[in-house]
Design a protein around this ligand. Structure first.
Ligand SMILES: [Zn+2]
Ligand SMILES: [Zn+2]
Length: 272
């Protein structure tokens, strides 16, 4: 394999369907030849803080050389963080408040320096996970995703931008079929922001390279996008985004895909 790192992994303490015990991760990573890696459970809003407390506890019990503690924060709105803070909401907010906000709203992440210190968080992965209260039209989603990716690339607390352009929501004119719908200028602008702010851009295995949610054409274009970002001077980290019960993703297949695209062992960097 051309990488021996993995900087994006979820455990049973993640708020979503992830279900791996941290001791199984430690065993599985060793068996897969992964030498440096980190756990990164989700924080969308303050509502998910108890998960991180549990994640840290479990990490402490299974600490080993090369194994680090991180989190994955979502880009959310300042509006929803204020509502969560004052308990001004109804219903399930596991994923924040995804209805009722204003398109173009002020963006935010639910962590600060104090939180990072409290849980001895060594690195922060920041991800765009949904369009922020826009209509489900491709052009609006794409514009808002770029805005969020730029916000994350400019945020001093974020080390790695997770899975740029991952999308799992509804869309009336399916851009998950055609990656080419994204304007080239967005790629240039994002590359510049990553470089000038010293951020790593993630190459994501489960949610992008091996995902079945995108058309063949979309994935081929996504790999071309990775090549373009490399040519523009962006530095990468690798992340499996494993949500499985065991650390059993087809890492060699992802490695082959990247090798064919011209990547080598020197292209993957560590946030710690
Ligand atoms: Zn993510
Ligand atoms: Zn993730």
């Amino acid at each position: 394999m051309i990488f021996k790192d993995d900087w994006h992994i979820h455990s049973i303490h993640s708020c979503d369907g992830a279900c791996m015990e941290i001791e199984d991760l430690v065993k599985g990573a060793a068996a897969a030849g992964i030498e440096r890696y980190g756990i990164t459970d989700h924080i969308h809003t303050q509502f998910n803080y108890p998960d991180i407390k549990e994640s840290r506890k479990s990490y402490e019990k299974n600490r080993i050389e090369g194994f680090h503690f991180g989190v994955e924060v979502s880009c959310v709105s300042k509006w929803e963080l204020e509502k969560v803070e004052t308990k001004n909401y109804a219903g399930d907010i596991t994923y924040g408040i995804r209805q009722g906000g204003t398109p173009g709203c002020r963006l935010a992440i639910a962590i600060d320096e104090e939180f990072i210190e409290k849980y001895s968080i060594e690195f922060v992965v920041g991800g765009t996970h949904w369009a922020m209260y826009t209509d489900n039209e491709a052009s609006k989603i794409i514009k808002d995703y770029h805005r969020q990716n730029m916000f994350l690339a400019e945020n001093p607390l974020v080390d790695i931008i997770a899975h740029p352009w991952w999308y799992y929501g509804p869309c009336t004119d399916g851009w998950t079929e055609d990656f080419g719908m994204i304007p080239y200028s967005y790629h240039e602008e994002f590359a510049k922001a990553c470089i000038s702010n010293n951020k790593l851009m993630e190459i994501n295995i489960a949610a992008m390279l091996l995902s079945r949610n995108y058309s063949k054409k979309f994935k081929e274009m996504y790999v071309d996008y990775l090549i373009l970002m490399k040519e523009l001077g962006v530095k990468f980290s690798i992340g499996s985004d494993c949500h499985n019960e065991f650390y059993d993703l087809d890492l060699p297949e992802a490695s082959e895909m990247l090798k064919k695209a011209g990547f080598n062992e020197y292209d993957f960097h560590s946030p710690v």
